[in-house]
Write a protein that binds this ligand. Sequence first.
Ligand SMILES: C[S@@+](CC[C@H](N)C(=O)[O-])C[C@H]1O[C@@H](n2cnc3c(N)ncnc32)[C@H](O)[C@@H]1O
Length: 310
Amino acid sequence: MHKPVLLKEVVEYLDPKPGDQIIDATLDGGGHAMALVEKIAPDGRVLGIEWDLELLKEFESKVKSSKLKDNFILVNDSYTNIESIVREYNFRPNGILFDLGLSSWHYERSGRGFSFKRDEPLDMRYNTYREVKGKNEKVKTAAEIVNTYSKKELEKIIREYGEEQFAESIAKNVVRTRKVEPILKTSELVEVIGDSVPFWYKRRKIHFATKTFQALRIEVNAELKNIEKGVSSAINILEPACPEQGRRGGRVAVISFHGLEDKMVREIFKKKAKEGVVKFVIKRTIKPSWEEQKANPRSRSAKLKIAEKL
Ligand SMILES: C[S@@+](CC[C@H](N)C(=O)[O-])C[C@H]1O[C@@H](n2cnc3c(N)ncnc32)[C@H](O)[C@@H]1O
């Protein structure tokens, strides 16, 4: 079961009220959504978006027996389409949550090669399709990327999305290896990476394949582009403040897990604040308490940022 990160803080800062409409843009097992729905019941609704159909179905069957099941609207789509989704459901969000990245389920049970610790096909897709310029486009698997991108392209994504210092050597070895035989499984890729980095690099606490796997996952799912589109769109659709009725504007909360995501969110918030569209609810970045980090090691790198529509 995926443990929700910064749960108390998300509820505190999104501050949902009975009757509110809230979007969980990255539903997964609904750890956050279940806590949020309690706050908006009995008349409010939570619209849960999950790109991975298997995860959405799992949540659907879980929520069936809940007394709050009618307070949910569940959608299998990418949050990049959040504007058309709210139009379709006539939804006016007072709060929107993004808990970025992937679920523990992806590493542990998906069988799609997200983890270098398991020998699985190199897939790494959350969904087999994504919408590009209004058309559904098949998402390339990690194996397709590894076996077809040029050395230069591979080096670029491993360096930029993985912030991997041995990107050049890894890309060179990938290209050399695939000339003999395609790289189709996680174990094969781990071996190539292992052959491309120095001995001391393999003795560090962080596994030597971590950054390359992260880079591939980001490229496969276009994660940074998604964040830019998703978070900007979320700000567009949030309910504005209504001082006559004494109502503040809707809030967007984003939990990020690595520097590139965090930087992107910061830049979007800053730009929108400059345009006078949002204000920062809290200037500093919120991080998990020491107790949470100890209980849930995955939370260690989490950062929460919150903005409010003006
Ligand atoms: C970190 S998990 C969310 C965990 C959830 N908040 C909880 O506590 O149970 C992120 C989820 O976002 C989903 N996801 C990733 N990209 C997405 C996208 N573009 N649109 C919608 N869901 C996405 C992943 O499949 C994954 O299940």
